[in-house]
Design a protein around this ligand. Structure first.
Ligand code: EPZ
Length: 438
């Protein structure tokens, strides 16, 4: 299936009826899913890769970019900073920051996507100055950026918070030994990028080990950076004086793939995911297999079908290679249909159970006990009007609606569009009944 043609930072969400009008999805439950779904590039790899372009004055080509709202927002942040951006065509775009036009990532953009903070490290390292709006609160948790700022301060940057902005300046950053008190994905990425142009060697201890970090390091190394240990607990970066251009293909989205795996486990007859990287999904594959979901991995493809005997299994989210928090809500939707009681404990974000109330509205038997949700299944779900509160919560409501009796109307679909490309079209191509309405 051809996924898309051409888009730029200002293209409205795919399928949006009228830009600015909040769309809904109307989902009629009960269809069996059959066929092949193409997995797109990873949002959480594309965003740091785009920020890394700021580290060089040479052109950079990025391939396999996902057509999601967050990528368009990051392209707008780069354009705002002075980048020339070639519209994305067939998932590729050329970005070139010959000269900076501004040091500022404005509130209007950062408030819609906190990952904009990823421009902080590259701007400081390359230009010695940055003004980035503080991201502010988030539905799933406090999400402070103190670790990003602590690391940059230790590298020699002057950092202050003024009028809702991080104001940062520095001579040439210097290498440090920084131990993260807790693993942080974007803080690891920000400091790794900053360290590529710093004086001397940086060692990041207790670093995050997500596949997206390994992908970013691969891109930086292809630009001339010296990095060892990305994907492991300790990363060593030896600073260089300048970085060159490159052409980099973003890795497939393991969370999008995980979401379609759950769709297959709930309603699949014969569903095949193509264009994946199964190794990156190992924690998810293991957990789903334990619940009884039939899964066959072959090269870059994964076949999945509805589990005949779906067993409840407890889950605890954890940094990679633990079970990803970005799959917790989707797994909960699956557990509403499993035999028995499952305890789902969220250890990364303190408020990542916003989907529970909406799943309860659909008839799910779930109660929250602190950081653990107790799910009793199998329950009969019925279609209802529900509200998306964040990206992964909205995905779990779409999954629940696929097996609910009747029609579900999911409001605030813009949350879903942030991280899923053409979800309704992909599901319809598999036989589901999903329609974007106003
Ligand atoms: C990344 O967010 C992802 N976003 C998130 O995906 C993902 O949920 C998260 O990592 C965890 O896997 C992107 O990559 C763009 P963290 P990030 O810093 O980096 C605390 C999705 O659905 N913390 O690893 O912001 C923080 O509050 C999104 O695609 C600090 O205390 O997450 C959290 O409790 C949602 N101080 C924990 O660390 C800091 O300076 C881990 O967060 C930074 C983080």
């Amino acid at each position: 299936m051809k996924v898309w043609g051409k888009y730029s930072s200002t293209t409205p969400d795919h399928g949006a009826i009228i830009p600015g009008i909040v769309d809904k999805l109307k989902i009629t439950g009960g269809a069996r899913l059959n066929g092949t779904v193409q997995i797109g590039g990873a949002k959480n790899a594309a965003l740091p890769a785009l920020a890394a372009v700021l580290l060089t004055d040479k052109p950079v080509e990025l391939q396999n970019l996902p057509g999601v709202r967050d990528v368009r927002t990051m392209l707008r942040v780069l354009e705002q900073l002075g980048a020339s951006v070639r519209p994305v065509e067939d998932r590729c775009s050329g970005v070139h920051v010959k000269r900076l036009a501004s040091f500022e990532a404005p509130y209007d953009l950062v408030k819609t996507m906190r990952a904009s903070v990823l421009v902080l490290g590259p701007l400081l390292a390359r230009y010695g100055r940055a003004r980035v709006s503080l991201p502010g609160g988030c539905a799933i948790g406090e999400r402070p950026i103190n670790l990003h700022l602590d690391g940059l301060r230790q590298m020699g940057a002057e950092v202050s918070l003024e009028h809702g902005y991080v104001e940062a300046s520095s001579q040439r950053l210097r290498g440090i030994h920084f131990n993260f008190p807790i693993k942080s994905v974007t803080a690891t990425e920000n400091l790794m990028m900053a360290a590529t142009l710093a004086e001397g060697t940086t060692v990041l201890g207790n670093a995050a080990q997500e596949p997206e970090i390994r992908d970013l390091a691969e891109m930086l190394i292809s630009m001339g950076a010296q990095i060892e240990g990305a994907g492991k607990d300790e990363i060593t970066i030896t600073g260089v004086t300048e970085l060159g251009g490159t052409s980099h293909e973003v890795i497939p989205d393991r969370i999008e793939a995980g979401t379609y795996l759950v769709a297959g486990a709930l309603a699949g007859e014969a569903l095949e995911l193509v264009g994946c990287r199964p190794d990156d999904l190992e924690p998810v594959l293991q957990q789903l297999r334990q619940t009884g979901v039939p899964i066959v991995v072959e090269g870059k493809s994964i076949r999945v079908e509805k589990a005949q005997h779906l067993e409840a299994r407890d889950l605890r989210t954890a940094p990679h290679p633990g079970f990803p928090t970005d799959m917790q809500a989707q797994y909960m939707a699956l557990m509403t249909q499993a035999q028995g009681t499952s305890l789902i404990t969220e250890t990364i974000f303190e408020r990542r159970f916003m989907h529970v109330g909406e799943l309860q509205r659909m008839g799910a038997d779930i109660r929250i006990d602190g950081h653990t949700s107790v799910v009793v299944g199998p329950g009969r779900l019925t279609g209802a009007q529900v509200m998306a509160t964040d990206l992964r919560a909205s995905a779990s409501l779409v999954l629940a609606a696929l097996v609910a009796d009747g029609v579900t109307v999911l409001d605030r679909v813009y949350h879903l569009d942030r991280g899923y490309e053409f979800m309704e079209k992909k599901l319809c191509a598999l036989g589901a009944q999903v329609e974007r309405i106003r």
